[in-house]
Design a binder for this molecule. Structure first.
Ligand SMILES: [Fe+2]
Ligand SMILES: [Fe+2]
Length: 150
């Protein structure tokens, strides 16, 4: 049997280098990390109860959508010029979460499957933060500074 190593990220909460500087966005990202930790720590329970895993995934879908809509509303409100690219990245990640939930509905739930979700979600979450959220937070901070300077 394959023994999985606990990924580095699990030994900590949201890594410092992934903080965007926008408190609300950072708090929401911390929640994603906390939920992923929960999945990994309770993997035995989830594996023995597919219904629990499906509830977990349904929550992940809702939370992901809520977070993305929060960022997208902000982008719209502030006329963020890169909104379309960022929105596209969100749709892509959301679709992955949705597809994963559907695939769990159809197949047997295994440890590998849980790890697959964990890795996929962590990868896309980090990639959205690094490629898009950082830029957005920087833009928002610049906007706040401009308002204060006026
Ligand atoms: Fe984002
Ligand atoms: Fe985000």
């Amino acid at each position: 049997m394959k023994v999985m190593e606990i990924p580095q990220e699990l030994s900590q909460e949201l890594p410092q280098e992934l903080l965007t500087g926008n408190n609300v966005i950072d708090e929401q990202h911390k929640e994603f990390f906390a939920r992923l930790n929960m999945l990994y720590n309770d993997k035995d329970n989830f594996m023995s109860d597919k219904k629990e895993m499906l509830i977990y995934l349904a929550y992940a879908e809702i939370y992901t959508m809520e977070h993305f809509l929060y960022e997208e509303d902000l982008m719209e409100e502030k006329n963020y010029p890169e909104i379309e690219n960022h929105r596209k990245a969100h749709r892509h990640l959301y679709k992955k979460v949705e597809d994963f939930r559907k695939s769990v509905e159809k197949t047997e739930l295994t440890f590998e499957k849980i790890c697959e979700f964990y890795d996929m979600f962590l990868y896309w979450l980090k990639s959205d933060i690094v490629s898009h959220d950082m830029k957005l937070a920087e833009f928002l901070n610049r906007n706040i500074t401009k308002v204060i300077e006026k």
